[in-house]
Design a protein. Structure first.
Length: 281
DNA sequence: AGCTACTCCTGGTAGC
DNA sequence: TGCTACCAGGAGTAGC
């Protein structure tokens, strides 16, 4: 699923085609994509708006809008499972799964495509409101090993659900959490307040390095749905150490990669490298 | 506080 | 071949 590196890749690719453009009209084919905003309201707000800036926060993609030089709210997009965003020349036949289209003043068309319809493209007068409460960006300076250690120790949660919690750290999803925990040799069920300073530092480094490398490789194409906005598969999936490798040998020790379910999520790990926590009665 | 379960969705796939 | 049943899961929410 698109996680921080995939979303960052999308932002970098669509940004040059969209910043500075005006929306001349729009088309909505699936109302729920608008996240509760009515089709009429969405179209009224978008028509004539200029896209000033496109940026990412966690896995959200934000379009800052203006009218007549004054801020005029924004669009907050989320790709969820299968969402894609790309800009096409006028007349390009849209995918049958295209849910929203924005016609631009240079003749190009922005497409929001989403097979499973979980994705969102929400207009909000104050987009920041929708981003309140998110945890730190893991690649920014605010995310330090010391902060992570303190954050882990101040909670008593299993590592896997905690790292998936966007209000703890922003941008990690199921795939990269599994990768990072394996890299740090930490079990997904390990309670956060039992993590040693050394292990917290390993986890911190794993998160930074994994995400950074994935961005450099333009994300991963874990299934037939996700492609980079250019239609190319990303390259990072070839780097997966545990995700989707159930039964295959761990690259570090050779033991078979196991799959368990944690917090309703498929979870991949090496039982030998990632020691199970003590179970207390 | 932190867990599980449920919801939204549909293409892909396993099993017969 | 063609059918059914189940799987994948990000995030929000309800309930315990």
């Amino acid at each position: 699923m698109p996680e921080l590196p995939e979303v960052e890749t999308v932002v970098r690719l669509i940004r040059p085609s969209l910043e500075g453009r005006k929306v001349t009209s729009s088309r909505v084919d699936w109302d729920r994509t608008l996240g509760g905003v009515s089709r009429r309201e969405f179209q009224r707000r978008l028509k004539g708006s200029r896209i000033d800036r496109i940026w990412r926060r966690a896995k959200f993609i934000v379009f800052d809008l203006s009218r007549d030089g004054r801020a005029a709210g924004g669009l907050v997009g989320h790709l969820r499972m299968t969402g894609r965003m790309h800009v096409e020349p006028k007349g390009t036949r849209p995918s049958p799964y295209c849910r929203v289209r924005l016609d631009l003043d240079d003749g190009q068309v922005f497409h929001f495509v989403d097979v499973r319809k979980f994705g969102r493209l929400v207009f909000h007068a104050e987009p920041d409101v929708l981003l309140e409460g998110l945890g730190p960006e893991p690649l920014e300076e605010e995310f330090t090993a010391e902060w992570l250690l303190a954050g882990l120790r101040s909670r008593k949660r299993m590592l896997k659900p905690l790292l998936l919690d966007q209000n703890f750290v922003a941008g990690l999803g199921n795939i990269y959490v599994d990768e990072c925990l394996h890299s740090a040799r930490l079990h997904p069920l390990r309670r956060s307040d039992t993590v040693t300073p050394a292990a917290a530092r390993r986890l911190w480094a794993a998160i930074r390095e994994t995400l950074q490398e994935a961005i450099e490789r333009e994300g991963s194409s874990f299934d037939t749905f996700y492609r980079t906005p250019e239609g190319q598969p990303g390259a990072y999936q070839h780097q997966f150490r545990v995700y989707g490798r159930t039964g295959k040998p761990c690259y570090d020790c050779g033991a078979a990669i196991a799959r368990i379910v944690v917090a309703q999520r498929g979870t991949h790990l090496c039982r030998k490298c990632q020691r199970a926590p003590r179970i207390r009665a």
